[in-house]
Design a protein around this ligand. Structure first.
Ligand code: NAP
Length: 285
């Protein structure tokens, strides 16, 4: 990498970010595409969000990703928010357009693409979503757009589950939606798919599992958006019960490619088509 006067800075802000694969993904793409840019990680506390954005503007940061726990809170500090991110009520990608920070969401589309790539049909399915943070908000709303039958959102903080459920209820009157406490999974044994959007099981707390999966009475699909470790305790236990499991790597790579598409104005599927090799690269890291 030849860092010089013209090198542009892209980055990730979150807390914790020490196990993030985003620098690997974006620096790999910069190298592949011969782009004079570098991608770094910054561990930022919530109290410093506003000042961080001001400092990024002064430094001329071209774009950045936002991760746990800032995807919702960042929205109030941005100059504008694109329609999809506004709809999903979560921002994970920010682009500097002529000194203004514009927020986007690529998590929702990245998640849906990972299911479509596996030919998984969502229409008329009953889906249990664990968590009510930024990932849950984007994924739950995307599930509604895909025409699932019912979405149940469980969260430790009930008010946050209620907020997402209410948003979906108001936007999609033909979709059944329910919310409950995280320990109430046993009330929904009939689900077709379970999606973990909490950070439970994420490194370093890898011995934790968000819900008891023995309550589900058929062969469900279990999707854990957590990608570190590669196979969380939830996925390991699910696999042992014969459930189909999906980890968060494909979603991560998809959302990263979509961020690049926004930052560099790629048309159509160019970023996907040219960079499929990245998934192999990331799986080796
Ligand atoms: P977030 O907005 O901070 O939300 C975190 C969620 O986890 C909240 O629902 C929170 O519940 C819950 N939670 C955290 N610790 C908990 C605990 N000890 N017990 C019970 N619930 C707990 O974060 P996010 O951005 O949605 O991200 C959530 C997870 O998804 C992270 O692990 C992140 O790395 C992963 N993720 C992966 C991808 C990908 O591309 N694969 C994309 C996005 C996110 P409360 O509301 O009660 O605090």
């Amino acid at each position: 990498m030849n860092i010089d006067y013209n090198t542009n800075l892209y980055c990730l802000i979150g807390n914790p970010i020490n196990k993030s694969l985003s620098p690997k993904i974006h620096n790999y793409i910069f190298k592949e595409k011969n782009i004079n840019s570098v991608y770094l990680c910054f561990n930022i506390d919530e109290k410093n969000l506003a000042s961080t954005l001001n400092n990024f503007k002064v430094l001329g940061v071209k774009g950045f990703n936002v991760t746990i726990p800032h995807k919702v809170k960042i929205m109030k500090y941005l100059d504008d928010i694109d329609e999809e991110a506004r709809y999903l009520e979560s921002v994970n990608t920010v682009k500097n357009i002529k000194g203004r920070f514009i927020g986007y969401n690529t998590d929702g589309l990245g998640f849906i693409k990972s299911l479509k790539d596996r030919n998984i049909e969502l229409r008329n399915k009953n889906v249990l979503v664990l968590g009510a943070g930024g990932a849950s908000s984007a994924i739950s709303t995307k599930l509604a757009l895909e025409g699932v039958n019912k979405i149940i959102i469980l969260n430790r903080t009930l008010d946050k589950a209620k907020k997402i459920a209410t948003n979906i209820y108001e936007k999609f009157n033909d979709i059944k939606v329910e919310y409950n406490n995280l320990d109430k999974a046993y009330k929904y044994p009939y689900i077709d798919m379970l999606i973990n959007c909490t950070s439970i099981g994420m490194y370093p707390n890898i011995d934790r599992i968000p819900v008891d999966i023995s309550v589900f009475n058929k062969k469900i699909i279990v999707y854990d958006v957590v990608y570190k470790p590669n196979k969380t305790k939830l996925l390991d236990a699910s696999e042992k019960r014969g459930f189909k499991i999906i980890n968060g790597i494909d979603m991560l790579v998809n959302q990263g490619l979509l961020s690049q598409k926004i930052w560099f104005n790629y048309e159509g599927n160019e970023s996907y088509n040219k960079l499929n090799g990245i998934k192999n690269f990331i799986n080796r890291v």
